[in-house]
Design a protein around this ligand. Structure first.
Ligand code: GAP
Length: 465
């Protein structure tokens, strides 16, 4: 990462903490590595993004239904899914400083083509051929070995091997094991999808990129069940749709791209990532996979249950193929924040106090912005202005997250709202007393419209939708 990008990313992280979006977990005890908490603004942003996903994937479609499966599942699920045997990262230890690293990450950071699906012997040869040493201290590295990423715990009072359960590493399996339950109880016919949002856990080793890669995170996954003959076409449609979702919510087109996987995960017939260009480079935000009949076949084998589909019209019985869209909510939050972030040297609101400082603006799409509007009485001394402003704020709160702020100069208050991405600031001034109008300032253009107080809600509705 260039010096400039490193600095920019540090400023983004600091803004997130300073403004109450994201905190390190258990901060007062020195923090828990790669686990984060969402503060008052962070939780609003998180919920808004999740709602946009749910709306696009479930609410607006008549062929996708929702599910909320438990985090803990029967341990056989993870045997059948291949996670017990294959869900691992290749690691090396440094013989000098004892730090543990992901081999594929060390190699790719050196510009060497490598990934986590390579054989351990292949990775070992690459380390030797390229004289790779510990990136932290230059020490010699051990041979690569596999490290399973699943977190374990025990169910019940006895801590024995028979009582081991895993914290799910993906939400997808909850959908596969409920495929027949949904089919038998809800009026769905193939092709149809099941969507869910929930926590997933992975004991990640590389953890230095804030909420990009964490050990506890939220996934938003959708599994679309299709006839095998339709799988390729449906896969293409979902690739197109998912990319559009990001664009519709304001992600810059030149910072998005597809990347096809050269080496495939154990379950996939084909896999593409949607990548975003973060300050630390192009990285995966969402994975789209054609999983074929791998998952249902495995669960048929291990559970001995018939999970085939009987087509009511043709009488054909078959194991459906699955097209998966899998997106990490935390990583998507980081995508939206990096995409929205702007630093303005010398300020843009032309207040004397801002003229020498850097101003920060989050150009978040109004639909995902945590606070939709702020109501600001022009001066604090005039009680009548405060009364009107408070009434407007309380009325808006019926429909929108709204802030009321009467402290500091008006310029400083605009800046506070720009920093947290509030798209509209409503100012109550002396003219408001005469004609019941206010000004509404647009965060991005800084243009002000004068409108009637009674029209504020329609104005916001129009702009936000
Ligand atoms: N069910 C398929 C699956 O889990 P994946 O590519 O391993 O596929 C899907 O993960 C998405 O989950 C990724 O694109 C990413 O957004 C998110 N994700 C995966 N591991 C993560 C981690 N450690 N921290 C944050 N998000 C993660």
């Amino acid at each position: 990462m260039s010096e400039e990008n490193t600095q920019q990313f540090e400023k983004i992280m600091s803004l997130m903490k300073r403004k109450g979006f994201i905190f390190q977990s258990s901060d007062i005890y020195g923090g828990l590595s790669a686990i984060y908490d969402y503060g008052p603004l962070g939780v609003l942003l998180k919920n808004n993004i999740q709602n946009e996903w749910w709306k696009a994937m479930v609410q607006k479609r008549d062929d996708i239904v929702g599910l909320d499966a438990a985090i803990l599942m029967h341990p056989m699920v993870w045997k059948a899914s291949g996670h017990v045997d294959s869900f691992s990262d290749p690691l090396v230890d440094c013989k000098k400083c004892n730090l543990r690293h992901r081999v594929d990450h060390i190699l790719t950071n050196k510009g060497i083509d490598a990934d986590d699906k390579m054989q351990l012997e292949e990775l070992e040869s690459l380390i030797k051929e390229n004289n790779i040493v510990c990136p932290e201290c230059g020490g010699e590295l051990t041979k690569p070995r596999s490290f399973n990423l699943m977190l374990k715990t025990y169910l019940g009072p006895v801590e024995s091997d028979e009582n081991i359960v895993y914290l799910r590493p993906e939400t997808a399996q909850g959908i596969y094991v409920n495929f027949k339950n949904v089919l038998n109880t809800y009026r769905v016919k193939i092709p149809f999808g099941i969507a869910q949002v929930g926590k997933a856990f992975r004991n990640e080793i590389t953890t230095k990129q804030f909420i990009f890669r964490t050990r506890e995170f939220t996934q938003m996954e959708m599994q679309y069940f299709v006839h095998p003959s339709q799988a390729d076409d449906v896969y293409e449609e979902w690739k197109e749709r998912r990319l559009r979702w990001f664009l519709d919510l304001g992600i810059r087109e030149d910072r998005l791209r597809f990347k096809q996987h050269a080496k495939l995960a154990h379950y996939a017939k084909d896999a593409y990532d949607i990548e975003y260009e973060f300050p630390f480079g192009w990285k995966e935000v969402e994975g789209l996979h054609n999983r074929g009949d791998f998952d249902l076949s495995q669960h048929i084998k291990y559970s001995n249950k018939d999970l085939q589909y009987l087509d009511p019209e043709t009488g054909e019985k078959y194991i459906p193929y699955i097209i998966e869209t899998s997106i990490g909510l935390d990583r998507t939050i980081l995508t939206f924040i990096c995409n929205a972030y702007e630093e303005v040297e010398g300020g843009r609101t032309q207040t004397t106090e801002s003229s020498k400082e850097v101003e920060y603006v989050l150009h978040l799409h109004p639909r995902i912005a945590p606070v939709k509007a702020a109501v600001l009485p022009l001066v604090k001394k005039e009680e009548k202005l405060l009364g009107i402003a408070r009434d407007i704020a309380s009325n808006l709160r019926e429909d929108y997250i709204t802030m009321y702020d009467d402290s500091g100069s008006i310029g400083r208050r605009y800046r506070r709202q720009d920093e947290i991405g509030t798209p509209f600031c409503i100012t109550v001034d002396f003219d408001s007393l005469k004609d019941n109008t206010v000004t509404i300032r647009d965060r991005d253009t800084m243009k002000q419209d004068r409108i009637k107080i009674t029209e504020i809600k329609d104005y916001l509705k129009d702009k936000i939708s």
